[in-house]
Design a protein around this ligand. Structure first.
Ligand SMILES: Nc1ncnc2c1ncn2[C@@H]1O[C@H](COP(=O)(O)OP(=O)(O)O)[C@@H](O)[C@H]1O
Ligand SMILES: [Mg+2]
Length: 288
């Protein structure tokens, strides 16, 4: 799956040593955004992409917990923080540096400073993809990210029912407003695997998120099941993509990673063609 990464792409020397930055966002909290971000990152790494993940959900950070990396990062002599290497990923989160009982009010300038710190004051290795766990909804963090670095695209996570999907639609609209390509919508906890018969049962009225994808002209990136095993492993700091990559949930994340690799590849071609003043094949196919 790393073939799309090896061809010479946009060649934009982006910050954090990463060739492509992929945002993971949601309209609201608790829909599994961080779970998807972490498992997508592990799936990308397992597919051969040099992958990092950075937690920008400053008020509700959970990447360190979900990856079992809550140790305080080491500082190099030059003052740059070392990412923690785990599950094949380079992981960076502010939460490891701030005790959970310490309340922080994240206001504009402080947010911009934190974003700068996490991207530029870290000894990031050369990466193919840097996955960014954004805070839910709209706000200062996204603006800081957009101002500070080129972004390949965004994945929007929602649970598939109507209430969450409406908020996901807003998130898609916001990315469009900032000219950030939306790779598609992931329907997390779309179904539950019955522990008795092993059959997948829908958890929510399933059509809402698919409708949003259709209405907003973005891809439906598929469903991730609600997986009790995944939440148990997550509580131990082991992403299900690392614990059981061949299970149903692992396979769903592997498929998501493939879709993201394909989307990143398309964006590279589009960017290259734009530089050459041509329309991309994708634009021609889509008639844009
Ligand atoms: N597909 C899933 N199967 C089982 N549990 C999940 C799944 N996705 C998320 N969870 C659980 O739901 C809770 C919220 O997920 P999280 O990723 O922290 O959401 P968010 O980042 O959107 O706030 C966590 O306890 C997580 O373990
Ligand atoms: Mg989260």
């Amino acid at each position: 799956m790393d073939s799309a990464l090896n061809e010479d792409g946009a060649g934009v020397a982006s910050v954090a040593g990463a060739r492509d930055i992929v945002l993971v966002a949601s309209g609201k909290g608790g829909v599994g955004k961080s779970t998807v971000a972490v498992n997508l990152a592990v799936a990308l790494a397992r597919g051969g992409a040099r992958t990092g993940i950075v937690d920008l959900d400053l008020a509700g950070p959970s990447v360190a917990r979900l990856t079992g990396t809550d140790e305080v990062p080491e500082l190099r002599d030059d003052g740059l923080a070392m990412p923690v290497e785990r599950h094949g990923l380079s992981v960076v989160s502010l939460s490891a540096m701030i005790p959970p009982e310490q309340a922080l009010v994240w206001k504009g300038p402080l947010v911009a400073q934190a974003v700068t710190q996490l991207f530029r004051e870290v000894a990031w290795p050369d990466l193919d993809i840097l996955v960014v766990d954004l805070p839910p909804g709209t706000g200062d963090v996204l603006l800081s990210v957009v101002e500070q670095m080129p972004v390949a695209g965004a994945v929007v996570v929602t649970t598939p029912e109507r209430m969450a999907s409406i908020d996901a639609e807003r998130a898609v609209a916001l990315f469009h407003e900032h000219d950030i390509p939306v790779f598609g919508i992931v329907r997390n906890m779309a179904e539950i695997i019955c522990p008795c018969c092993g059959e997948a049962q829908p958890l929510f009225e399933p059509a809402a998120a698919v409708d949003v994808a259709r209405r907003m002209h973005v891809a439906d990136l598929g469903a991730i099941p609600a997986d009790l095993g995944a939440s148990r492993q997550a509580a131990r700091g082991i992403p299900i993509m690392a614990a059981a990559p061949d299970g149903v949930t692992g396979q769903a994340f592997a498929a998501l990673a493939q879709a993201v690799i394909a989307a990143v590849g398309r964006e590279r071609v589009a960017a290259q063609n734009q530089r050459h003043g041509e329309r991309s094949i994708w634009e021609m196919i889509n008639g844009n």
